[in-house]
Design a protein around this ligand. Structure first.
Ligand code: 3PG
Length: 322
């Protein structure tokens, strides 16, 4: 079974739900799944939170449903009894953390400064919620935390939106992002399920931020590659010689030999290659692992570049981390 934290990373955005009427939970779950966000942090700010967790799991058994705003052990117990797969808190409460560790329940305590992070690390808890993210410095503070706390990954919530989710998503010490922006109270109360689905889809698109940065041309050999590069120089595209290819500016890569793709290749940039692969898997795309390049040490995540096994319009596609 996949590690639950890999599932957080792969889904990428965890909708933070405050629901007043548990009878709406099933429709909400369907709307989120349809929008590409099969996850929910159901907050214990409302009386029916436990009931809503149960209803969501019943409606969408494969959804990752957990509890949020868990302030004490009693709430954690109720949440897990209702089926919650994880416990999130806005702050660091050692009792809740100890209870989760003892009961083997994944937990993300809330932190907003180095002292709280240190307390969590000393409990062996390294996946943490940054709250309130935007007010505490947003992705910049997450970059800063990466220095002294390389073992930690973060789930920022508080002020995350479709506009800034992509900036968070590209950080290497971000596990996933959280927020209420796709499940605002009026949307749930007004049963605006299609609108919720659309906001989720827009958020997913912004999170990946797929865009093309270069195209690849397949030459037969080095001589032909040089000839092609010379032609691009006419347009002012300077040649940059590499081992297996020549770049004509940043936009065109001329493969010296054995270039992939019937017509060539397209370099598709995204914010996180692992998350993009998880997104593409249901559409029948798999990575060609012998083409993988990593950000750091070989075989150690995160991936930097990897080709997909299916062509699009005659072009091989490689994903490339932004
Ligand atoms: C939370 O409970 O995690 C935050 O209140 C979510 O913040 P947001 O409403 O700004 O998304």
């Amino acid at each position: 079974m996949a590690d639950i934290y890999d599932t957080f990373r792969d889904i990428g955005i965890i909708p933070v739900v405050a629901i007043e009427d548990a009878s709406k939970a099933a429709d909400l779950a369907h709307a989120l799944v349809k929008g590409g966000l099969p996850a929910s942090e159901v907050t214990f700010r409302t009386a029916c939170a436990a009931e809503a967790i149960e209803a969501m799991i019943k409606a969408e058994p494969n959804m990752l449903v957990g509890a949020g705003t868990v302030l004490n052990v009693e709430q954690a117990e109720r949440a897990v009894k209702a089926g919650a797969k994880f416990i999130v808190s806005p702050g660091y409460n050692p009792d809740v953390v100890d209870w989760c560790i003892k009961n083997n329940i994944p937990t993300m305590p809330g932190i907003s400064n180095p002292s709280e992070i240190t307390a969590c690390i000393n409990k062996g808890v390294t996946h943490l919620k940054l709250f309130p993210a935007e007010r505490k410095g947003g992705y910049k503070i997450i970059d800063d935390f990466g220095g002294p706390f390389p073992q930690c990954t973060f789930m920022p919530t508080g002020g995350v939106t479709t506009e800034n989710v992509g900036e968070y998503a590209k950080r290497k010490n971000i596990l996933c992002m959280g927020g209420t922006w796709m499940v605002k109270k009026p949307l749930i109360e007004g049963e605006k399920w299609d609108e919720i689905t659309q906001i989720c889809k827009d958020a997913v698109k912004a999170m990946h931020n797929f865009h093309i940065d270069h195209m690849g041309i397949n030459a037969k050999n080095e001589e032909e590659a040089k000839e092609i590069a010379k032609q691009f120089e006419l347009f002012g595209f300077a040649s940059k010689f590499g081992n297996s290819s020549i770049f004509a500016s940043e936009q065109v890569e001329i493969m010296k030999q054995n270039g992939r793709g019937t017509c060539g290749h397209i370099s598709m940039v995204c914010n996180n290659v692992e998350r993009a692969l998880a997104f593409l898997k249901p559409y029948g795309f798999s990575p060609v692992m012998e083409t993988a390049k990593w950000m750091g040490k070989e075989n150690a995540s995160p991936l930097k570049v990897v080709y997909l096994d299916k062509e699009v319009g005659g072009f091989a596609i490689h994903l490339k981390r932004a």
